[in-house]
Design a protein around this ligand. Sequence first.
Ligand code: C2E
Ligand code: CA
Ligand code: CA
Length: 356
Amino acid sequence: ARPQGDLCNNADVTHLTELAQKVLDQLACPYALGDEQVYSTASLGISIYPDDAGDAIEMLRHSDQAMYAAKNEGRHCFRFFTASMQESALQRMQLVRDLRQAMALNQFKDYYQPIVELATGRIHKAEALLRWRHPTRGFISPAVFIPIAEDIGAIVEIGGWIFLRAAQNAKKWLSIVGDDLAISINKSPVQFRDRSPEHLDWVRLLETLELPGKHIVAEITEGLLLRQEPFIEEKLLAFRDAGIQVAIDDFGTGYSSLSYLTKFDIDYLKIDKSFTSNLAPGNETQALCEAIIMMAHKVGLKVIAEGVETEQQRDLLKEMGCDYAQGYLYSRPIPAHEFQAMLEAHYRSLNSAVQE
Ligand code: C2E
Ligand code: CA
Ligand code: CA
């Protein structure tokens, strides 16, 4: 409910609340479109004159902000405009402005987090993760800026940049690790659906770099595969032809529909860190993880557990036959040169162990 303003009294708010609910209910009624029965819902934003705004344009802007708040809170509901919405809208606008310049100002960094093979303890995989060092606000989490970059389309350029960095590094690190090296890169659905001609595709970039596709893993989310989109399927096929591997990220948090796992050529499932962090001997999460691992192995996929922070989690995952683990237990994401030093030390100690 709306904190009561000076001018707008309780009766008005009650009346508006009832009205908004009526509108939502009415809009939610199914209707016929040709032969189809169509269901739709609405998200409603409300601002009040003159409490919230002084003119029509401001009224519309604030209602719009309230509508986005309603969408964010699960849709099919209504929200009154509040001052904090205005505050977060302003912050977002500022971030959008800074984000547009960040690329030109070299504010992005590529970090790497090792992915450890549980059976051997060896590192021959890593995930590339973006970092944005904002000139005044310091590091801003990708969880905050990636969705904005997706909204404004900047993800295509930024994603292309980190791909290039990761692929160049992969090529360099082959001399340390040998042929069995793969670097994972997150690819957002917006990048997948992008058709802009100036955007070089991953397959063509790898050709230019003369790096075989098998050294790259594309991390995608389940959502990308749910709707049958021929363009996406074509791209995935092109990946397969180029040898690029595919991992399903955050597995278990979305629809977790199993049918697409065999329909598309998927190589890895990444168990989401929310599962890993809840793992305890004999609990339900363990049963779930065990089921995911068994099912994945049955259809020929390898499993990577994200967010492994404790030895107990690692041991449980290893017992259940999970193939790989990634998390703070081994290392936080680190800059490329640090990751390279880590790889060098790791392989030096492996080689000397072999010689002894
Ligand atoms: P993600 O792909 O699920 O990446 C894993 C996240 O878990 C990373 O967060 C990583 O730092 C964090 N993490 C790793 N180990 C642990 C652990 O043991 N405990 C906990 N609590 N967290 C751990 P980060 O780097 O903040 O990235 C957040 C998300 O932003 C990523 O989630 C991914 O969806 C997105 N992202 C990051 N880099 C890129 C990129 O280059 N392109 C795209 N499209 N998305 C990216
Ligand atoms: Ca990922
Ligand atoms: Ca994840």
